[in-house]
Structures are given as C-alpha cells and as structure tokens.
Design a protein. Structure first.
Ligand code: BG6
Ligand code: MG
Length: 216
C-alpha cells in the first residue's frame, strides 16, 4: 500500500490517560501540591522521566536523583495496578471499527507510543496481534515531540514519512508528527490540538471515506 497509519496508544486506542493522571496525582498529593487535569495535558505523550520533571516543575519541588528514581518506580507500580485490570471494554469508541476499515482497505498500521507499558496494555485489551509493528518507549531514546518514534514507525511500514498518517491525542505527539513531515490527526479538543492537520473529538467521528483523500 502507498499509505500507512501510525497510532498513538494512550488516549487514542485506550483510555489510559486517566490512569496516568491518577498515578501522577497521587505523587503530587504526597508531595503536597495541586496537580490539575489541565496540568496533565502537558504530560500527555511525554516520556515517563520527562513527565516527572514537568510534574516536579509544576510543584516547584527539587529532589535528588535517587528520590526521582524511587518516584518513577512507585508511579509505575500504581499505574500497573490500574492497567493490569484492563480489558477490551476499555478500548476507546471507534477504535476497533477504524482498525477494521484499515484492514479492509489493506492499509498497514503500527503503534507509535511513548509508553514502556504499550505491549502489556495492547495484550490486556486483546489488540496486540492486529498491529503490523510496535514502536514504543523501549525503542526510542528521544521523547515526543522529537519525531524519532514516528520515524521508526515509518521504517516498519516501509514508507516515507509523508505517506504516514498519525493519530494523536497529545500536543507533544501532534508536534512530533508534524516535525516528522507526516499527516497529523488530532483526537480530542480541537483548540488544544490546533497544530494538527485534521481534528476529531474522538475516533467515532472519522468519516468512512477519510482515507480516500490520500492516494492509495
Ligand atoms: C504516553 C502517555 O503514551 O506514555 C504519557 O501519554 C506517559 O502520559 C508515557 O507518561 C510513558 O508511559 P509509561 O507507560 O512508559 O510510563
Ligand atoms: Mg496519547
């Protein structure tokens, strides 16, 4: 096929953004500062380590490297507590239908996620086997908005970046797709994701013929 799709995971395929938020909020509570859902937008799409740095910045808290490592471990333990209970009911509306459409069109799709838990999550919701390839937080050294994760995805698809369409819910992810020279589709608040080439509130809004505007 001449085009391919790269999916972000958290907040696009599955509703894990709320679990990340709860786990980070627990840490912020313990450190004694407020961490709002608006603050949380800044952490979306961003690597675990970078998320912690942003969080500590919001709380104006300085901690040692050892402390940071402990925080990363305990945040992930809390997060794992949520995701190990996940099942296919937590696949976001419209996601499976979209994958079915792509399958029918013969368009390959890969995952392009910042998460080191991506494989576990996809297996929990029984979608792992459907992806043509997986690129996640274990494969990259530079976090979104660096385009690395999506450029590796394009390689897996064996396509040049301009033939790739990226579905993203995060500001950092839309930016990464744009920097990579790919078509960016923002899933979520249009104002927040105004840098995207296309915007939809959720995957159910994607028109049946969406992919026909790209040369197949
Ligand atoms: C991204 C999420 O997909 O993965 C971020 O949007 C998260 O919020 C990042 O920090 C890293 O995830 P994990 O599972 O490796 O901690
Ligand atoms: Mg996301």
């Amino acid at each position: 096929n001449t085009i391919g799709v790269i999916f972000d995971l958290d907040g696009v395929i599955v509703d894990t953004a709320k679990y990340h938020y709860l786990a980070w909020k627990k840490l912020a509570d313990a450190l004694g500062f407020e961490f709002t859902e608006a603050n949380n937008e800044l952490l979306k799409g961003v690597s675990r380590v970078r998320s912690l740095e942003i969080l500590l910045g919001i709380g104006k808290v300085t901690v040692s490297e050892t402390e940071k490592q402990k925080m990363l471990i305990s945040k992930n333990e809390d997060y794992l507590g949520y995701i190990t209970k996940m099942n296919a009911n937590e696949i976001l509306p419209g996601a499976e239908k979209l994958l079915n459409t792509l399958d029918a069109l013969g368009i390959h799709y890969v995952l392009g996620s910042a998460s080191k838990n991506a494989e576990l999550i996809l297996k929990q919701v029984n979608l792992y086997h459907r992806f043509y390839g997986i690129v996640d937080g274990n494969d990259v050294s530079k976090a979104k908005p660096d385009p690395e994760v999506f450029l590796i995805g394009a390689k897996k698809l064996n396509l040049s970046p301009e033939k790739c369409i990226v579905f993203e819910d995060a500001i950092a992810g839309v930016e990464a797709a744009n920097i990579a020279g790919m078509t960016s589709v923002g899933i979520g608040d249009k104002e927040t994701l105004k840098a995207a080439d296309f915007n939809f509130n959720n995957l159910t809004e994607i028109p049946e013929d969406f992919f026909s505007k790209f040369s197949i």
